[in-house]
Design a protein around this ligand. Structure first.
Ligand SMILES: Nc1ncnc2c1ncn2[C@@H]1O[C@H](COP(=O)(O)OP(=O)(O)O)[C@@H](O)[C@H]1O
Ligand SMILES: [Mg+2]
Length: 258
């Protein structure tokens, strides 16, 4: 039985897309059958990485009840399978679609939740996927809550930025605990010398303590090379021996056992 993983955060730019894409690629490299979905309808990203592929329909259409999920799935294994399978589902990046998705009411969100929940039987059971990864929108909007509700595991990506920490803490008590989700924290973009000085180490420990109810699954440093790659390619495929890739590889194992 496969697993649904939702990658979420309080703030934007924490690394949700980078981490979910590279996790997906690493699972594929391990021979797994992986499906990666762009559920960030406010700021779609995956269409840029997978620009060589075109689907008949967008994930928006599936949630709108216009088509079934098989019309949305794109097999990117040709370039990104690495021995396994990598299937992607993209969010519509047009201004009109973004506006449309932002204006949805609660009733629509409830219906969309039903469609997200049914992916468990269509993708995991019928199509036999090992992993379904949701790259979500930051914050507490319904679409992200829906993704978390539908998932087996929620991964909360946070930087060490004070407002990000504060927001993640609040989400922990108000959201994840409420849903009793298996939730882990990924501390990303940690500055290289963060753990070297005593003062910084103290701050870091305090941070860990402050979110003590949730396990920290990974602490990933900030790498200039990752920033420089500018989200134009899948970093772990380009640089399989880079420490960032090794960090994600370790994370993949941790999440597998989580
Ligand atoms: N560990 C890291 N080191 C350096 N840059 C990173 C790291 N993780 C993510 N980034 C970069 O930060 C930027 C924002 O990441 P992204 O995945 O788009 O965030 P989000 O999806 O949460 O908005 C991207 O340019 C990405 O390459
Ligand atoms: Mg993103």
């Amino acid at each position: 039985m496969g697993k649904i993983i939702a990658v979420h955060s309080y703030k934007g730019g924490t690394g949700k897309t980078a981490l979910s894409v590279n996790l997906a690629a690493i699972y594929a490299r391990r021979g797994k059958k992986v499906c990666l979905m762009d559920l960030d309808f406010r700021a779609p990203s995956l269409h840029v990485l997978f620009k060589d592929y075109k689907a008949e329909y967008w994930l928006n259409d599936y949630l709108n009840g216009v088509c079934e999920i098989d019309k949305v799935l794109i097999d990117a294994s040709r370039d990104h399978g690495n021995g396994g399978k990598l299937i992607v589902a993209l969010a519509n990046p047009s201004t009109e679609a973004i506006r449309d998705m932002t204006a949805k009411d609660r009733k629509w969100e409830m219906k969309a939740l039903g469609r997200l929940l049914s992916l468990r039987s269509s993708i995991l059971n019928d199509d036999d996927f090992d992993y379904l990864l949701f790259d979500t929108s930051p914050g507490l909007q319904y679409s992200s809550i829906n993704a978390i509700v539908s998932a087996d595991v929620a991964l909360v990506v946070t930087s060490l930025d004070a407002s990000d920490i504060n927001g993640s803490q609040r989400m922990t008590s108000e959201l994840y605990e409420l849903f009793e989700k298996k939730t882990g924290i990924l501390v990303n973009k940690v500055v290289a010398d963060y753990l070297s000085s005593k003062e910084e180490q103290k701050k870091f420990n305090k941070y860990i303590k402050s979110i003590h109810t949730l396990p920290i699954l990974a602490t990933i440093p900030c790498y200039c090379e990752v920033l420089r790659a500018a989200g134009d390619s899948i970093f772990s495929e380009e640089k399989p021996d880079h420490p960032f890739t090794k960090n994600i590889d370790k994370l993949a194992t941790t999440v597998e056992k989580f």
